[in-house]
Design a protein around this ligand. Structure first.
Ligand code: ATP
Length: 306
């Protein structure tokens, strides 16, 4: 039996290596596919950024023509302001950020930045001015320093560390035995969702773009992580035009405007205070979330007393 088990282990090892290789290739194709969705027009021009004002004008979009997702959405993110989009799961919140970053093109209406339709500009120039903090950041199988430096490859080690500190992840990195040299990703240290998001924020700090898209992680984070991320975001979104796609509501309280998306349209809009006073969909989502959080905390206390 011994004689058999060694080759089997070996086969297992080889199998895992091949699987990993395939996963990397799949991820690469995913990226390529995203690139291939939208092509620059032959007459596309460079985006000229002034202050970075964003406008969605009567935007219609469907992944599948049989099922429209956005049915005429209009709102603006004034330069330097923060607008948060909330709404039920599947309402099309993340879709708005994908359209702005131009992973897809709108089917009717337009999205403009400083008055320029994003369909008429070169994607490279568009993406150069947008910092995207996605729900789930893909990390490279490399050091954590490399993964942060990706935001601006010319950054020095001191700049990387300053960015990590702003993103509230510096302390965590320093606590690792190998510090900034620690390997992360599939074959290294597995970071939690909240840690990955802070690495993405650190990248964005290095990139320092005039426009920021934050697609909040859907998964529940513990209160401390959530606060750390909130602090990081408050700093990076200062004086930047920011679109927050909020899957939880705690991050939207200070937004200049909140857009409540439902059934392909805007159900409500206003500040947190205005929407609470209105006592509509947002207020009921807010109350439900608060009750859930309170129930969780009570449960935790009960467990601690056991
Ligand atoms: P959540 O809060 O759950 O993340 P969301 O409001 O961000 O939801 P979107 O990710 O924008 O929702 O998706 C809107 C709808 O479009 C969903 O019903 C989703 O299943 C569908 N959808 C998203 N991406 C694709 C895609 N690539 N192809 C087809 N349908 C898609």
């Amino acid at each position: 039996l011994m004689q058999l088990s060694i080759p089997l282990n070996f086969i297992g090892f080889v199998y895992r290596e091949i699987r990993q290789g395939l996963t990397d290739i799949e991820q690469m194709f995913d990226l390529l596919e995203v690139e291939a969705e939208v092509v620059d027009r032959p007459d596309a021009v460079e985006l000229v950024i002034d202050k970075g004002a964003i406008a969605f004008k009567d935007v219609h979009f469907a992944y599948d023509p049989a099922r429209p997702i956005l049915k005429g959405i209009s709102f603006e993110v004034p330069a330097g302001k923060t607008v948060a989009v909330v709404g039920p799961s599947g309402a099309g919140k993340s879709t708005l950020s994908r359209l702005l970053y131009r992973f897809y093109d709108v089917q009717e209406g337009a999205i403009t930045i400083d008055g320029q339709d994003v369909r008429g500009v070169r994607q490279k120039s568009l993406r150069a001015v947008i910092g995207m903090v996605p729900q789930d950041t893909v990390l490279f199988n490399d050091t954590i320093a490399y993964n942060i430096r990706y935001g601006r490859t010319s950054a020095t080690q001191a700049e990387i560390e300053a960015a990590a500190d702003i993103a509230q992840i510096g302390g965590f990195i320093k606590s690792l035995p190998e510090g900034y040299g620690a390997m992360v990703g599939e074959r290294g240290l597995k970071l939690s969702g909240g840690e990955k998001q802070r690495v993405a924020i650190a990248r964005t700090v290095l990139k320092s773009p005039p426009i920021l898209i934050l697609d909040e992680a859907t998964s529940a984070l513990d209160t401390r992580t959530e606060q750390e991320i909130q602090t990081a975001l408050d700093i990076v979104s200062q004086n930047r035009t920011t679109l927050v796609i909020a899957h939880r509501l705690s991050t939207v309280i200070h937004a200049d405007e909140i857009i409540v998306l439902k059934d392909g349209g805007i159900a409500e809009r206003g500040t947190h205070g205005e929407l609470i006073d209105r006592d509509g969909l947002y207020a009921s989502m807010w109350n439900r979330q608060r009750e859930a959080t309170q129930a969780e905390e009570t449960l935790k206390k009960v467990r601690e007393n056991d």
